[in-house]
Design a protein around this ligand. Structure first.
Ligand SMILES: NC(=O)C1=CN([C@@H]2O[C@H](COP(=O)(O)OP(=O)(O)OC[C@H]3O[C@@H](n4cnc5c(N)ncnc54)[C@H](OP(=O)(O)O)[C@@H]3O)[C@@H](O)[C@H]2O)C=CC1
Ligand SMILES: O=C(O)C1=N[C@H](C(=O)O)C[C@H](O)C1
Length: 269
């Protein structure tokens, strides 16, 4: 007989006089991020890990286990079904899985309409340094005619470019548009001898993806003007770097109904 891919434990009970523990379920619990999230939730004094799910068929276990918040680190092709399920079950969602575009976000906002008390928080990056890098890049964007992004990740990463790089590029492009900065002078690809040599084009910002053994998650935003460059770089050397952001989101999502994108507002940014 095969072992069920999920483990559930009974809903938590808080000691008398203390605030109830937050019952948390984790989807993708055996993955690189899910494993770390289970460890972090287990160690958090105000949370209880009530369900660990690693396959779609067992999703009902998070509801049966009484999860109030689900954390999803699965795959771009699974995450929409997971969110739909959680919304139907009145479970708040904290989502780190990538692959969100405007269309997907609009769909989730629509699903949430009949559930005014329910929160879904989607963040392409829960690392505080990565969030700050995005903010700094937005600030600097209007001062430099040239901008390019290089993201560097472990070879097991399923998507490219990274969700963080795509979001950074969109934020930088929006800041440039707002400031009236014209397209980068070196944006043309007409003379490229090999397609792809200049990276992917995200709203006019070239994004280059490196996959290399030994790496975890890293990003550089390079900006250039006459005679100078500015390089902003963030490195996640360990997936522990994402955990403070994930736990903050678990604590906050229940009091933030509707769709929240990014953890910036939770950090007061
Ligand atoms: N927002 C952030 O800060 C971060 C986001 N990420 C993102 O998180 C996602 C996961 O990354 P990572 O942990 O490295 O990936 P992994 O492949 O290591 O883990 C994904 C896990 O999800 C499982 N899974 C797939 N579909 C389902 C489903 N429908 N229900 C439950 N579990 C499922 C997989 O199981 P199986 O292998 O059996 O298919 C696997 O164990 C990616 O999109 C990544 O970009 C990563 C790091 C930080
Ligand atoms: O897959 C990863 O590892 C990561 N994914 C997220 C992304 O795509 O931006 C966040 C971080 O870069 C790690």
């Amino acid at each position: 007989m095969s072992t069920p891919p999920t483990a559930t434990v009974s809903a938590p009970e808080a000691p008398a006089g203390e605030a109830p523990l937050i019952p948390v379920g984790v989807l993708g619990a055996r993955g690189r991020m899910g494993t770390e999230v289970c460890r972090a939730v287990d160690a958090a004094e105000d949370m209880e890990l009530v369900a660990m799910v690693d396959e779609r068929d067992w999703l009902f276990n998070v509801a049966d286990a009484g999860a109030q918040v689900v954390v999803d680190f699965t795959r771009p092709d699974s995450v929409m079904d997971n969110i739909r399920f959680c919304i139907d079950q009145n479970i708040h969602c904290v989502v780190g899985t990538t692959g969100f575009d405007d269309e997907r976000l609009a769909t989730i906002a629509q699903w949430l309409e009949p559930k005014p008390d329910l929160g879904v928080l989607i963040a392409p990056n829960f690392g505080i340094g990565a969030v700050l890098l995005m903010r700094f890049a937005q600030e600097a964007a209007r001062f430099f005619p040239s901008v390019e992004i290089v993201e560097l990740h472990h070879p097991g990463k399923v998507d490219a470019p990274s969700g963080t790089a795509a979001r950074t590029a969109r934020l930088v492009a929006a800041a440039r548009r707002t400031a009236g900065v014209p397209a980068a002078p070196d944006a043309t690809r007409e003379s490229d001898s090999l397609p792809g040599a200049r990276g992917a084009d995200v709203e006019g910002v070239p994004v280059h993806a490196v996959r290399l053994a030994g790496l975890v998650a890293h990003q550089e935003v390079l900006m250039g003007a006459a005679g100078e460059t500015l390089t902003l770089r963030h490195d996640s050397y360990d997936r522990a770097s994402f955990m403070p952001g994930v736990l903050l989101a678990v604590r906050e999502v229940r009091t933030r109904p509707g769709l929240t994108v990014g953890i910036e507002s939770l950090l007061g940014l």
